[in-house]
Design a protein around this ligand. Structure first.
Ligand code: IPT
Length: 359
């Protein structure tokens, strides 16, 4: 198939190739009539501008990079979706590079991959230790914004308030009267998972409550299922479990269903994230909402407004909120045990017998 060039468009539109180029680059001094003619010719020929050629000519690429952790996880994929949507609205494309591990070498390779495609700004949605984030920011020639770093990292960041999220979860459970609370944390390699865990522990301690058993999952539903079986191995069960993300909470709910534990009533389960499907779990999940759409919008807007040479680092926080659904409730008295049930049935049988003799 013959490649359609700028010159073909110019010939069909009856204008010079410089005029076509001005239309493509949205330059000034093009009359609406000429612009319409050129756009009609582009459509007729199915012409798509060559990004590579534009880059070689030193033009702005209007492309952002997104360096992300595993997109099979719900939260990072919803962040990517929000970033992509907002970038599209403001005329930018998004190139994605996904890393399997979160070490310096993997991040540097991903940065270079995006750099080779001349992205004008970079979002990093990977849980990074302070040293790795700072080194990455120093190595990047474009403005960078980190979405998953600790407060101590001296880089530009937009981070959800983990302390607030942890406190909201604990307060909700305490209000419901729960006192025996188990913790299912995320992987210790994640700075956010560590922040949620220490937030829970601090909030419980402040309320004078000893935290119950602690287990660590890897953010997946499978790990939630497996760890719930471990946490709920012995009676008495805890009254409630704080789970570091909704995906693991999904696994916890499945384990409870299999063990015949009523959620809520016997056990309250609270998640973290409020991903789009969490309202559809059985029961609908009570959780801490991180507004991924809003984070995507704010981070794209911030990034494209950045002058390249600004070296002061800015730490932005985003608040979270408690969403109460059906997986938490005040603890109800234990269900009837088999012995109680047998006794009830006997009493009932005796009553029926008495009535039939009375009749
Ligand atoms: C964080 C999610 O809360 C968690 O569920 C998991 O998907 C994790 O990302 C993956 O790294 S959100 C992050 C912006 C702190």
């Amino acid at each position: 198939m013959k490649t359609i060039t700028l010159y073909d468009v110019a010939r069909v539109a009856g204008v010079s190739y410089q005029t076509v180029s001005r239309v493509i680059n949205q330059a000034a001094h093009v009359s609406p009539r000429t612009r319409d003619k050129v756009q009609a010719a582009m459509q007729e020929l199915n012409y798509v501008p060559n990004r590579g050629a534009q880059q070689l000519a030193g033009k702005a690429t209007r492309a952002l990079g997104l360096l992300t952790t595993d997109l099979a996880l719900h939260a990072p994929s919803q962040i990517a979706s929000a970033v992509k949507r907002r970038a599209g609205e403001v005329g930018f494309s998004v190139l994605i590079s996904m890393v399997e591990s979160h070490d310096w070498q993997a991040c540097l390779t991903a940065l270079q991959e995006l750099q080779a495609q001349r992205v004008e700004g970079l979002l990093v949605s990977v849980p990074l230790e302070r040293e790795v984030a700072e080194a990455l920011a120093a190595a990047a020639p474009m403005p960078v914004l980190f979405l998953d770093v600790g407060n101590d990292a001296q880089v530009n960041s937009l981070v959800f308030d983990a302390e607030q999220g942890a406190r909201l979860g604990v307060e909700h459970l305490l209000t419901l009267g729960h006192r025996h609370i188990a913790l299912l944390a995320g992987p210790q390699t994640s700075v956010s998972a560590r922040a949620r865990l220490s937030g829970w522990q601090r909030a419980l301690q402040q309320a004078g409550i000893e935290p119950g058993a602690v287990a660590f999952g890897d953010w997946s539903a499978a790990s939630g299922y497996e760890k719930a079986h471990a946490l709920l191995n012995e009676k008495p069960y805890p009254d409630a479990v704080l789970v570091a993300n909704d995906q693991m909470a999904l696994g916890v709910l499945r384990a409870c269903a299999e063990k015949g534990i009523r959620v809520p009533g016997q056990l309250s389960v609270i998640g973290y994230d409020d991903t789009t499907d969490s309202a559809w779990f059985t029961p609908p999940l009570t959780t801490i909402r991180q507004q991924f759409k809003e984070a995507g919008r704010r981070s794209v807007d911030w990034l494209i407004a950045q002058p390249a040479a600004d070296s002061t680092s800015r730490q932005m926080r985003q608040s979270v909120e408690l969403i109460v659904r059906g997986s938490t409730a005040a603890k109800q008295p234990e269900a009837l045990q088999d012995d109680d049930l047998a006794q009830c049935l006997q009493e009932l049988a005796a009553r029926v017998a008495r009535r039939s003799t009375d009749l």
